[in-house]
Write a protein that binds this ligand. Structure first.
Ligand code: MGD
Ligand code: SF4
Length: 745
């Protein structure tokens, strides 16, 4: 067994589960409280401004506390453009992150007692001293670059400051190479602008919304869902392309149940119809785009009949939907999606989506994409960061369009290899559960095993904490200050996060952890404050407001200064591409030997007896972080395996029957998953919600509930442009007998 064996038994006791009935009722009821109810609540309780951390839409909210200092309810802030006063069920249930009795309670240090590896409880002093010692040691032995930070969410930005001050830019997060990266590359190459978050899609005014594997409604990003519902009420045409009959598909006039991995063929064929039938926006294309002639010649052969053979979508459906998009244009959105790392040619698929929007004139037009704007937060003064000798950029340099650190490349650079010029020896992980997040778990474990030191900063005893040398318990977002939220939107806005209560147990905020480590390793000048409150106050004063004001209002909206939301008739506009135009043909790609216009490439389809493993979001959960949440697990405690009735017939599967999965590499699911027989999934695929199948017993509600899609993703196809890890090329067979039966002790 390895030194870094996962520790299942720990010094932490497991408490009983006590759910507050009133909180569950509040959650189960309509989370959209009316004004009178809100007023009523406000009378009895005091409120504190915050913004949600359950997902990354970052809705601004009010946390209501009672006289005993206990949080009772979290409600959306009416003035916030991210939520319009309404939180999604997960945001309302965010309270459960605070009240979860399984939370990490005190620092833990890995130790061996009687030959058994375990954790012992430690004081903050002791844990921080040990970490500071390791920071110094790694720097002396290998250079600061060899200490990597893998992060996600608010804690990441505090620790990023520490790492940059220390001299390491070896920083990455799964939100790039496992999520949005290809979309930003595809749109960046075409329009010279990232899509960003929240997406600048003018859904509320759209006349035609096209969703390609984007399942708004199950993917609960707040205002997108609200605006889609408005668009439906206003009679917008919704077209959904998905091998699964998603909730969005059920609201659509057209559902195109595409054969998985063939989307680029459909997109090319839509372009073909728009161009051949002269339905594209000629004036817009002439004024703003380059490469139209090349595109026209390129898509000439891609007739709907050609695409039919690949996608299984009937030619008349392809023609009809293309005409609908054109009839509504420019108030048409081909949505860029969000989690888009599917098949390895994802940047090119996103290019195809961007080009289609360009042909329709959607970018910069009402009902299409608006010109987003945000306000920049003044930088709190600190000395300049030292210049690292290498960092995420060098580690991922084989991907010319990578613009952020790549978690998988950091993992690879950690596995000992004599030829590796960028060896990584230590990790700090904050706010990401890499075990259930990265594909190729074996590789992640091999890297972890090779580390000299691993610190994990988390709120919960997630799988990843079991591999750490030191575990630091962060307090939840409801108990701490964090950076000021400033995101792109129709107009700029800011929101603050103020602690509603003192941290429970012996937990601490990440800003404090960063400062404590910084102070210990001689970087005190970078942390020139006693409390993060001082930083925010300084920044808010510079922005013409104050902490006092923000405590009262939570959100401040600003006027736009960058010009109108949309292009005006005949307006000159320079796009951020090298040519200043929308690039249908990309010279940048051609110069580097890539296809300058998207092409369809064939991806393997499942062999006999196997089904493509498809996965997605549940409206009640965010990745793996919420599965143990007392309120949200009450709403959805396990996932099911969606199976087409034809498959159920062949394999003789019944509703709720437990099954196990085995992938193409012989990897077995650890836990059984119940069958859901439904026409809503194609016969060549199965589907499950992501995030379930936790294998850490300390997560008392989540342990063993459902299956983990992540553990079955052992094969990836890497995007050559930016290094995204395509996750959807894995195939599973369905087993009705417990394959672990004879291996269990
Ligand atoms: P989670 O699994 O929710 O998502 O990947 P992750 O960000 O790793 O893990 C979040 C971790 O942060 C948990 O351990 C949680 O306890 C901890 N946490 C929550 N709040 C706090 C806090 O305030 N402070 C600290 N310190 N920790 C906190 C997401 C990533 O996963 C993304 S963005 C996408 S789009 C991909 N989705 C995806 C998928 O759909 N399927 C598969 N198989 N893999 C995927 N990987 C990617
Ligand atoms: Fe929180 Fe829901 Fe908003 Fe995400 S969409 S930030 S979970 S309220």
């Amino acid at each position: 067994t390895s030194r870094r064996k996962f520790i299942k038994i720990s010094a932490l006791g497991v408490g009983g589960i006590t759910l507050s009935a009133s909180a569950v009722n509040l959650l189960a009821s309509n989370p959209l409280l009316d004004a009178a109810a809100k007023k009523n609540l406000a009378k009895k309780l005091s409120r504190t401004a915050t913004y949600c951390e359950v997902c990354f839409w970052k809705c601004a909210a009010w946390a209501y506390t009672d006289e005993e200092g206990d949080i009772k309810k979290v409600i959306g802030n009416d003035d916030d453009p991210h939520c319009n006063g309404r939180l999604c069920p997960r945001g309302t249930g965010g309270l459960g992150m605070y009240s979860d009795e399984d939370r990490l309670k005190t620092p833990l240090i890995r130790t061996t007692i009687n030959g058994e590896e375990t954790y012992r409880e430690a004081s903050w002093e002791e844990a921080l001293d040990l970490i500071a010692e390791k920071f110094t040691e790694i720097k002396q032995k290998y250079g600061p670059e060899s200490f990597a930070l893998l992060k996600h969410g608010s804690p990441g930005s505090h620790l990023e400051h520490l790492f940059k001050a220390y001299g390491s830019d070896t920083i990455a997060e799964p939100a790039y190479a496992q999520c949005r990266g290809p979309r930003e590359t595809g749109f960046g190459l075409t329009f010279g602008s990232w899509v960003g978050s929240p997406e600048p899609t003018d859904i509320r005014d759209t006349k035609c919304l096209v969703l390609i594997g984007s399942h708004i409604g199950e993917n609960m990003h707040n205002t997108q869902v609200q605006e889609m519902s408005d668009a439906i009420d206003n009679g917008a045409t919704i077209i959904t392309v998905d091998p699964r009959f998603s909730t969005a598909a059920s609201k659509s006039s057209h559902w195109l149940p595409i054969k998985p991995a063939t989307d680029i063929a459909l997109l090319l064929s839509w372009m073909h119809v728009l161009i051949e039938e002269e339905l594209y926006n000629k004036k817009y294309v002439e004024k703003y785009a380059i490469g139209f002639d090349e595109l026209k010649a390129h898509v000439k052969p891609f007739t709907p009949e050609w695409a039919y053979g690949i996608t299984t979508i009937k030619p008349e459906s392809i023609r009809e939907t293309a005409r609908l998009m054109a009839a509504a244009a420019p108030a048409t959105i081909i949505h860029p999606g969000r989690h888009v790392t599917w098949y390895g040619d994802d940047s090119q698929r996103e290019r195809a989506i961007a080009i289609l929007n360009g042909l329709l004139g959607s970018w910069g037009n009402r009902g299409g994409f608006y010109f987003k704007e945000k306000i920049s937060i003044p930088k709190y003064p600190h000395p300049a960061y030292p210049e690292p000798k290498w960092g995420w950029h060098e580690i991922g340099e084989q991907y010319p369009f990578a613009e952020m650190g790549n978690t998988s490349e950091v993992v690879k650079a950690t596995i000992p290899n004599e030829d590796n010029p960028y060896p990584i020896k230590a990790w700090m992980i904050a706010g990401t559960n890499l075990i259930n997040t990265l594909p190729q778990r074996e590789q992640t474990l091999e890297a972890i095993n090779a580390l000299e030191f691993l610190v994990v900063v988390d709120t919960m005893p997630m799988e990843i904490t079991g591999y750490a040398d030191v575990v630091l318990p962060e307090c939840t977002y409801l108990e701490r200050y964090d950076g000021i939220r400033s995101a792109t939107n129709r107009h700029p806005s800011i929101a603050v996060r103020i602690p509603a209560v003192k941290p429970k147990y012996n937990s601490k905020p990440a800003w404090w952890i960063s400062k404590q480590i910084g102070d210990r390793i001689g970087l005190g000048d970078y942390f020139n404050y006693n409390d993060f409150e001082e930083v925010i106050e300084w920044q808010l004063n510079k922005m013409g407001t104050s902490l006092d004001e923000m405590k009262k209002i939570g959100v401040k909206n600003f006027e736009r200064t960058s010009g109108p939301l949309f292009l005006e008739e005949g307006q000159d506009y320079e796009f951020g591409t090298p040519s200043g135009k929308i690039e249908f043909y990309s010279q940048q790609l051609a110069d580097l030997g890539f296809d300058p216009m998207p092409v369809y490439t064939h991806h393997p389809q499942p062999p006999q007896g196997f089904y493509r493993l498809n996965y997605g979001r549940s409206p009640m959960h965010t990745f793996s972080r919420t599965i143990n949440n007392p309120y949200l697990s009450d709403l959805k405690s396990e996932n099911t395996l969606w199976v087409n009735p034809k498959v159920a017939r062949i394999l003789d599967l019944k509703k709720d029957q437990p099954v196990w999965l085995k992938n193409q590499d012989g990897i077995l699911s650890a836990f059984p998953i119940k069958v859901r027989v439904t026409e809503r999934i194609r016969w060549d695929s199965v589907y499950m919600y992501h995030g379930f199948g936790h294998n850490n017993k300390k997560l008392t509600r989540a342990f063993g509930k459902g299956a983990s899609d992540a553990e079955l993703i052992s094969k990836i196809v890497v995007d050559p442009l930016m290094g995204g890890t395509g996750l959807r090329g894995n195939f599973v067979s369905i087993l009705t007998e417990d394959p672990h039966k004879n291996t269990k002790v």
